[in-house]
Design a protein around this ligand. Structure first.
Ligand SMILES: C[S@@+](CC[C@H](N)C(=O)[O-])C[C@H]1O[C@@H](n2cnc3c(N)ncnc32)[C@H](O)[C@@H]1O
Length: 213
């Protein structure tokens, strides 16, 4: 699973400083500082015990640690283009990997190696600002969400503002979420240990007629 995209995914991560020695340092800093943001994303999604959930850009795997006890009967999948992060998150969540509850794959958001409609929710913390191309990545997220399921992202405002003023970025991203087939876009800012964060969610619409193919 994910093999054809692995080489490209790894170079995306290396370029962004999440691979190798730099990645190891980043992983331990993020694990220390970002747990509250990961926890906020999981509580915003509010998954039920039997749901299947995808984590995109899981980094050191702290958010996955938050998901594991909430999904007693559900499965968790995670993608991250960094082999270093896959290694850290696997170590941090060894029990869930060994039990088969969790599968972690080296892949980027623009080529998600899972079937259409597979997930009741997708969470991404401090990752969406790195998705390239953003539109192709949102199309992929929309593809793997089940009808009625949600994407929840939490992102440092400072990281967004490296790209554009927050209002401008939000307007552009809301447009791309809509053109990717997601609606009911909601956002708010919150205060976290490492600074202000944007909590953004969007839903894949339910089919108007549930008998529709
Ligand atoms: C800033 S870290 C955030 C990690 C963790 N969620 C946290 O908040 O501590 C960004 C993560 O996104 C991953 N990433 C980078 N580009 C990505 C892409 N195109 N698709 C998915 N994940 C990506 C990186 O490898 C890294 O693990």
């Amino acid at each position: 699973m994910g093999r054809p995209t692995q080489g490209r995914a790894r170079s995306v991560a290396a370029h962004a400083g999440f691979e190798g020695a730099a990645g190891k340092v980043a992983a331990s800093v993020m694990a220390r500082l970002n747990r509250d943001m990961e926890r906020a994303a999981v509580s915003e999604l509010d998954p039920k015990p039997g749901d299947d959930v995808l984590a995109v850009g899981f980094g050191p795997g702290v958010g996955i640690q938050e998901l594991v006890p909430r999904l007693e009967r559900g499965c968790i999948a995670g993608i991250d283009p960094s082999a270093t992060m896959v290694e850290h998150a696997s170590r941090r969540n060894r029990g869930a990997v060994e039990s088969g509850q969790l599968v972690l794959v080296e892949a980027a958001a623009d080529a998600i190696p899972f079937p259409d409609g597979a997930f009741r929710g997708v969470v991404a913390v401090n990752s969406m600002q790195l998705w390239r191309p953003l539109e192709g990545s949102l199309l992929e997220v929309a593809r793997v969400l089940a009808p009625g399921a949600a994407l929840v992202t939490v992102t440092h405002v400072w990281a967004i503002e490296k790209q554009a003023p927050l209002d401008e970025w939000l307007a552009g991203t809301t447009g791309l979420l809509g053109s990717s087939g997601l609606d009911d876009v909601r956002h708010r800012t919150g205060s976290f240990r490492s600074g202000a964060g944007l909590v953004l969610s969007a839903h894949k619409p339910r089919s108007r007629n549930h008998f529709a193919p």
